[in-house]
Design a protein around this ligand. Sequence first.
Ligand SMILES: *Cc1c(COP(=O)(O)O)cnc(C)c1O
Length: 411
Amino acid sequence: MTAKKSSHRPNESVYQRLGLRTIVNASGPSTRLTGGIMRPEVAEAMAEASQWCVDLAELQGRASEILAEATGAEAAYVTAGASAALMLASAACLAGLDPAKMNRLPDTTGMANEVVMARSHRNMYDHAVAQAGARLIEVGIPDRFSGAGVRDAQVWEYDAAITDKTAAILWVAQAHSEPTLPEIVAVAKRRGVPVIVDAAGQLPPAENLKKFVAQGADLVAFSGGKAIGGPQASGILAGRRDLIQSAALQQLDHDTYFEQWSPPASLFDKSKLVGFPASGIGRASKCGKEEIVGLLTALKFFLEENTEERHRRLLALCQEVANGLKGLKGATVNLVDKKYKGAPAVELIVDEDALGFSARDLVKRLQDGNPSVHANHARVRDGMVVFGPTCMKPGDPAIVVERVRAELKAK
Ligand SMILES: *Cc1c(COP(=O)(O)O)cnc(C)c1O
């Protein structure tokens, strides 16, 4: 591209031109903090993608081939995030390949519209599954979390909740999730119900791209904007060919004649379809060519990056933070490894009595200060502020150290 004549200084960022500050993201790739930092190669691929038009279904068809290989699934689809993937997964299980049902969603009157899930798996992202028109049916009393007992949902409780109204089972992947996915798949297969897996944050390790499909999940959702390092608004839905086909039908733009439509064979079997919906429920979570190309490019780097190299790079950032925070009065610093999603991190234990403010207060002070530093607040209940390296740039550790030291001195 040719250099533009501009009214701004060359090293001003687009955010400065908008009159906005940037932040130091010492937390992680949260949506609230605009995800992570993309590799320049990924940003360049997105800019390049923006300079041509292609047939969107053909682009998704090629993405399906690439993602099917990466996940071991029959087919896959690039979505506008894991949440969008869950909504499309739900829509696919509700409507199948029936265009009349697709056109009715989220109205599911008279359809099998129940999605069974463990009460302990409930979270704010399951909104996406309900959004397509499903009703969530909770099973199990997870008293292991309330401290009153030892149990979580049992396989027989799922079995008892499955009826002819059941459209799917939703299983949320976490290290502590019970029952296990193979146990759920066994009952689901016996009862002929598909299993949707929310694996949004289960990368790394890269092996997890294949794990849930290999364990028998029918549809699996991943975030593209978390560890993969793709665009913030990208995700992957991988799974059974017929269900991916339904998801794609409910998301793509079909303002054309059915007879005129020549879809890519990697994604669609036109001979199995009687028609397509006008504009499906997925239209509200559109995924553009830039996101699709960005996600595919980021995934390539994610799969190629040497795990040890990545670990060394992240550890060096943490060491810089930890060394800078040694010897503080009122706070103790620990460099920990493999504790937070397999990555290194820095824990700062805040002595509230000595400082007169809590770990949560410190998080807020850092965030409200200048430059604004966002730490991970997941452990503030334990009196701890955590600094994670995955979204830090070189130079950020020094800013973190300076800001923490200033806050502790200014107490
Ligand atoms: C992050 C996350 C999501 C949402 O993913 P997006 O890609 O931001 O849409 C859904 N479920 C879980 C468990 C997550 O951690």
